[in-house]
Design a protein around this ligand. Structure first.
Ligand code: NAP
Length: 521
């Protein structure tokens, strides 16, 4: 680890430096990291653009091997990666070891996807020269990488959603070079992983511009990357203000580009009446487990509970209050995230019609997030849009609804969400069924009798949702479908075999599954 800026295979010294803070102790960590500037952004984008044509047409097998090499190189970093991440984020060892497993598993899952070839979406509509009244030409399409992609790392997943995280892997799998803006909260962790990716680039004989890593703390750096005309898409996980700022920059370019930003959600949890009647105590306890996991620093944290008012709601609250009273305050990721959490909780407490139900234990030491549970009525909730905004951390608001119709109205008034959870028995199914069309309109993932925290990396996962959960609800940032954000289709009409990409040649040299006249073969 040197603290340098990594532009392709080159290491560049900086002239200004920054340091990370250990959030558990509040002390500044010794190591210095260079501040990348727009000049470095320009150099990295130029290299990515230079690498694009070669990398985008690299055979799928070689890209798959590259992703597996990255996975191996991350494991080879060894325990120092976990130690640095623990120091920079305050997250516990077990969580970070699990996250490393998820990161490596994600790389291998995408390697399998790339090999299998369906992502190319090869389609062939053979020529129909005799067709009347007009003959049809020979039409063939496949999808291609969109171009160099800029990725911003998330603070709350220093491995799985940072340098070699979901957005990076999806872009690399699609054939897009990546310029990565390092998150300033975990620069040592970031650099170690960036070096692992660089070593895999070199080992696989790929152009150096396939990956660059720019550490920095200035908005100017991120803005310059998004504004660079050679960049064709952006992946981001973080605050709503950050995502929106980047979206505006992208939209104002001479050539606007998509920004896939995953920003904020309160993830409504619906406690349906029959389930609440039979399991109020169990639900109250399990809810607190989900709320306080990782100090609530998950985009899928259950920030909103909806229930039809009655004595079972009081039973749920009593159980949740008991569990909360025993929950320790946990170190949050950064001093500023902790400060934003405290400010958010204070602001919520002062809103009209909102009542504090319970707090977790007070923390010992800096940056400890003390959990909080509030309640309000449906009428007060619907009258004040601020009550539906995310407070990043272990904070949740229970909304008491008079009846099923009021519960439906509360849901209808919500902004787009990543998830919605139904706690239900078979007796609740008519109500759940009536709410389902509304849920489909509002969220990216609907789950029953579980908790939204814990997002499986797989083929069917959707970690997305209508605005403002994300800037583009047509996509996901977790799971293999994430590759689609970085692909675009190109059709070849009456082009000779020798000029066609292998995936759509007449003899199918790659042996890919293809759709011929609309039928998968
Ligand atoms: P953030 O402030 O949005 O920053 C994320 C990344 O985006 C950083 O690299 C940051 O770089 C960059 N960035 C932010 N605003 C920018 C702008 N206007 N122009 C250019 N670059 C910009 O997120 P964070 O630091 O991780 O946490 C802050 C808050 O974000 C949290 O309190 C929470 O509310 C939210 N958050 C949400 C999620 C989620 O999953 N939805 C996850 C993490 C955080 P620089 O700061 O170096 O410019």
């Amino acid at each position: 680890m040197t603290g340098r800026i990594l532009i392709g295979g080159k290491e560049v010294e900086g002239s200004h430096f920054f340091q990370a803070t250990d959030p558990a102790t509040g002390t500044v960590i010794d190591s210095l990291f260079a501040e990348a500037t727009p000049v470095h952004a320009d150099a990295a984008c130029a290299l990515a653009d230079e690498a694009f044509d070669i990398y985008a047409l690299t055979p799928p097998e070689r890209i798959a091997v590259f992703l597996e090499e990255i996975a191996g190189a991350i494991i080879a970093i060894g325990d120092v990666l976990i130690e640095k991440a623990m120091q920079e984020t305050g997250l516990p060892r077990a969580r970070l070891e699990g996250e490393r497993g998820r990161t490596v598993g994600q790389l291998r899952l995408f390697a399998g996807l790339v090999r299998q070839g369906e992502w190319l979406d090869a389609r062939i509509d053979p020529a129909m020269p005799e067709r009347l009244p007009m003959p049809r030409g020979d039409l063939r399409s496949r999808r291609f990488a969109v171009g160099p992609v800029v990725v911003f790392g998330a603070s709350n997943f220093p491995l799985a959603f940072s340098v070699a995280g979901g957005d990076t892997v999806a872009a690399l799998a699609a054939g897009c070079p990546v310029v990565f803006k390092g998150h300033p909260a975990h620069p040592a962790t970031g650099e170690l992983v960036a070096r692992a990716i660089r070593s895999a680039v070199a080992k696989c004989g790929l152009p150096e511009g396939v990956f660059s890593y720019l550490p920095g703390t200035s908005h100017e750096l991120g803005a310059a990357l998004v504004a660079d005309s050679r960049v064709k898409a952006v992946g981001f996980t973080g605050s709503r203000s950050g995502g929106l700022a980047l979206m505006r920059i992208a939209a104002a370019r001479a050539e606007p580009i998509p920004v896939y930003a995953e920003m904020s959600a309160v993830n409504p949890v619906l406690l349906l009446p029959a389930m609440l009647a039979s399991e109020a105590e169990l639900l109250g306890k399990a809810f607190v487990g989900s709320l306080t996991m990782g100090a609530g620093q998950f985009c899928t944290n259950p920030g909103l509970l909806l229930a039809i008012d009655g004595p079972d709601v009081d039973r749920f609250i009593a159980a949740a209050t008991d569990a909360l009273a025993q929950s320790d305050a946990i170190t949050m990721l950064t001093p500023s995230i902790h400060e934003a959490y405290c400010t958010g909780v204070e602001a919520l407490a002062s809103q009209s019609g909102v009542r504090l139900l319970a707090r977790g234990r007070v923390g010992e030491g800096p940056n400890r997030g003390q959990a909080a549970l509030f309640e309000t009525s449906a009428a007060d909730f619907m009258a004040n849009p601020a009550l539906g905004h995310e407070i990043f951390g272990s904070c949740s608001l229970l909304v008491r609804c008079a009846d099923a119709e009021e519960l439906r109205q509360v849901l209808a008034g919500l902004e787009g969400q990543l998830t919605a959870t139904l706690h239900m028995t078979t007796e609740d199914e008519p109500l759940a069924g009536a709410l389902m069309p509304l849920l489909v309109r509002k969220v990216g993932r609907i789950l029953a009798n579980g908790w939204p925290t814990g997002v499986e990396v797989c083929h069917a996962m959707v970690h997305g949702g209508p605005f403002p959960a994300t800037t583009d609800g047509r996509s996901t940032s977790v799971g293999t479908m994430a590759i689609e954000r970085f692909l675009r289709p190109v059709c070849f009409q009456d082009i000779a075999d020798g000029l066609l990409p292998a995936a759509i040649r007449r003899d199918n040299p790659l042996g890919l599954p293809r759709r011929i006249d609309g039928i998968r073969q």
